[in-house]
Design a binder for this molecule. Sequence first.
Ligand code: IPE
Ligand code: IPE
Ligand code: MG
Length: 242
Amino acid sequence: MSLFKRKEKNKYEGTFVDSRLSHIAFIMDGNGRWAKRRGMPREYGHSVGAKVFKRVSEYCGDIGIKHVTVYAFSTENWKRPQKEVNAIMKLLEQYLFEALDTLAEKNVQIHFIGDRSILSEKLISLMDKVEKESACNEKILNIAINYGGKDDIVHAVNNALKGGKTSISEKDIDNNLYTAHSPSPDLIVRTGGDYRISNFLIWQSAYSEFIFTPKLWPELNEADIDNFVREFYTRQRRYGGL
Ligand code: IPE
Ligand code: IPE
Ligand code: MG
C-alpha cells in the first residue's frame, strides 16, 4: 500500500517526509531501452519519460520534499545522434511552455543547472523566463541540462577565482556550484539498472545515500517513490563518525 495516500488531486494524507530528506535527485535512465523493448524509436521513450518526470517531480513536492533535482541531459549526451538530441531539446521546450502556466499553482521554482551557453537562443530565453517567473515560489526543482559534475566543479573554481582569490576552499566551491541554492542531495536514485554516477553531482554526492533500481525511468510511479523514501529512512548516515 502506498505510504502517502492520494485523497484527491494533489492532496495527501499520511506521513510527510521530514527534514532528513530535504533533497532527492534522480538519474532518469532507461528511456531508450524502454522504447526499444516495445519496438518503438528511442525518442518515444523520451516523450513518455518526460511525462514521468513531471509526475514524479510533482509527487516528491507533494509529499514534502523541498528540493528535487533531475538529470535530463549530460555534457556527454551530445555524442548521441542529432535526431535524438533534437527530440530531447524539443521535449524540454514543450515542458517549459506548459510549466509557465502551472508553476505558481504548484509553488515550484525552477533552476537549470549546467552550462546553458551552448543551447539554442530560443531555449536559453525560455529557460531564463521560466526561472525568472517562478523565482518567488518555495519548492525547488533543479533541472540538469548540459550538466556535468566535472564541469560544475571547474566552473565553480573559475567563478571563485574571479573574486581575486589565490587559493580555493571547500566553501568557495560549495558557494559557486550550479546547485549553490540547494543543500547537497540526501538521496540519489538511479533508474535503468546501471551502478554508476555518469558525471552527475560528483561533488555534492560526497555523503548522499544511493538507490539503484532496475526499473526503467518510464516505468517509475508514485509507489516506487514511497518505497525509496521508506528505504532511505532505514539508512544510518554516519558521515565518517560512529
Ligand atoms: C534517458 O535514458 C537519459 C537521457 C540521457 C536523456 P537513456 O536515453 O539513456 O536510455 P537508455 O539508457 O539508453 O535506455
Ligand atoms: C545519464 O544517463 C545521463 C542522464 C540521465 C541525463 P546516460 O545514459 O547518459 O549514462 P551512461 O552513458 O549509461 O553512463
Ligand atoms: Mg542511458
